[in-house]
Design a protein around this ligand. Structure first.
Ligand code: GLU
Length: 492
């Protein structure tokens, strides 16, 4: 039987890191086994599901490169793929469960249930359904149904015995049935509960393996009971350990960004995100860390997903991102930087391809995230210059800065060719003529041109600014030094 797996998000928010990892593992497992990857939107919670969230999930999966073989927009033989469009299927199968008395109608109102729950809690007992409607006699039940009292449908859970399965990623998991209570499969408003809809869909969609977060472990015995009640073969279950933040607690907003889209905004590229997510629980040989999606599609083995929770280490993601940025072809890297800057409001379309290329080369290996491009390029993208005063103030204590900045501005102005080579030659010869080391000559000029001491290479900085802006900034800084330096008046 060929592998069929699914990612089944509830569209109640963005695609978060945990969901993206689940999607990735399902996708990779399908690809590594020549199987199918299905996307199913579990939108039966009508109050919380939104179309924006559906779109965010699509966008997140596409950004990561996880195209689904079947699902919304890729209709297959097992659709529809929105649970909200499958209500008739849930009703249909409910009749089977009803016929075999695997389920019974429950007429208890939400208020009654709440009052009993409060009572149980007050008495120190764990709250659970007390089985009242299960004990109705056949005539009582028939009468209540005939009077059209709103009814939910509950599963008649066995009161003894165990429900167990051999999880692909852990040892045998067992639950005593008595702790499972008579859970609702269909609410009185005609909407299925998650456990029930999930089983109907996984069966109808011929899912062979359910790979999902271990926060669903407590749902699995209920789902298995439903498979048994239907007489269907259950898929294999693989519960993936959770993701923890650096402090060891479950990854949450407290730890920073949790949505995949937020990482894109931080300047991560999908190649790195996929690599990083893959290693949040899975490992190849415990050593190798860099993989492309295509490589992962070949190498992924479900059995190599660990049993322990994985730690989300942002520094590692940044390192990986830098590595994947380096592996891109240069035109591709330029394109990503250009697009990222455009999204941050810096449209480079009026710049020449050579300018964009020079910018990316000038940033070089400093580019760990695309946001680094925004930081290192700020000097030439934004006017007026934002200056780091702690870098500039000491310059006022140094002699001859004003005259040198002016001299440099004259050389730049006079450089007709204005290329990286000609600029370098002009500035080096100025340094030699004045008996200065190049570094001493350009230190203050770098602050004058970029606002700080850390920047891309100096000649690139001048070139990227262009002659006029470079000259203006050097002269403005010279003027400031002349007005404010105690050494200016001394004529030094
Ligand atoms: N809709 C569920 C969720 O988003 C799916 C769980 C499952 O994979 O069965 O958590």
């Amino acid at each position: 039987m060929s592998v069929r797996v699914r990612f089944a998000p509830s569209p109640t928010g963005t695609l978060h890191v945990g969901g993206a990892r689940t999607a990735l593992y399902n996708y990779l497992f399908a690809r590594a086994n020549g199987g199918r990857f299905i996307l199913r939107i579990e939108d039966t919670d009508t109050a919380r599901s939104t179309d924006d969230s559906v779109q965010a999930i699509f966008a997140g999966l596409r950004w990561l490169g996880l195209e689904w073989d079947e699902g919304p927009g890729a209709e297959g033989a097992h659709g529809p793929y929105f649970q909200s469009e499958r209500r008739e299927r849930y009703q249909h199968h409910l009749r089977t469960l009803e016929a075999s008395s695997a389920v019974y109608p429950c007429f208890c109102s939400p208020e009654e249930l709440e009052a009993r729950r409060a009572e149980q809690l007050a008495g120190g007992a764990g709250p659970r359904y007390d089985g009242r409607c299960r004990r109705l006699s056949a005539p009582e039940r028939a009468e209540a149904l005939a009077s059209r009292r709103p009814a939910a449908w509950r599963f008649a859970t066995p009161t003894d015995g165990e429900t167990a399965w051999d999880d692909v990623l852990r040892d045998r998991v067992e639950f005593r049935n008595e702790v499972l209570e008579d859970f609702v499969v269909m609410r009185s408003d005609g909407l299925p509960t998650y456990n029930y809809a999930c089983v109907v869909d996984d069966h109808e969609m011929e899912i062979t393996h359910v790979v999902r977060g271990d926060d669903h472990i407590s749902n699995t015995p209920r789902q298995r009971l439903l498979y048994d009640a239907f007489g269907w073969t259950a898929p294999q279950f693989a519960h993936v350990p959770m993701i923890l933040g650096a402090d060891g607690s479950r990854l949450s907003k407290r730890h920073g960004a949790t949505s995949v889209g937020a990482y894109a905004e931080l300047g991560m590229i999908p190649e790195a995100m996929v690599n990083f997510l893959a290693l949040l629980g899975w490992s190849y040989d415990g050593e190798r860390e860099l993989f492309t999606l295509a490589e992962l599609e070949q190498l992924f083995r479900l059995e190599r997903v660990g049993k322990n929770p994985a730690i989300f280490d942002l520094q590692k993601l940044e390192w990986m991102n830098g590595q994947h940025l380096k592996r891109l072809s240069e035109p591709d890297r330029v394109e990503r930087v250009t697009q990222f800057l455009a999204q941050s409001g810096h449209d480079l379309s009026a710049r020449t391809p050579e300018w964009r290329l020079t910018l990316v080369r000038a940033i070089g290996d400093r580019l760990k995230t695309l946001a680094d491009a925004r930081r290192y390029a700020a000097f030439c993208l934004e006017d007026p210059l934002v200056r780091d005063e702690s870098a500039w103030t000491p310059v006022l204590e140094r002699p001859k800065i004003g005259p040198r900045l002016r001299e440099m501005s004259l050389r730049i102005e006079a450089d007709g060719e204005f290329s990286l080579t000609s600029l370098e030659a002009a500035i080096r010869s100025l340094a030699a003529e004045r008996g200065l080391k190049l570094g001493d000559l350009i230190g203050a000029a770098r602050i004058a041109l970029t606002g700080g001491q850390v920047s891309p290479g100096f000649f690139e900085v001048v070139w990227l600014l262009g002659r006029d802006r470079a000259v203006t900034r050097l002269r403005e800084a010279a003027g400031e030094w002349e007005r404010n330096s105690p050494l200016a008046a001394a004529g030094s």
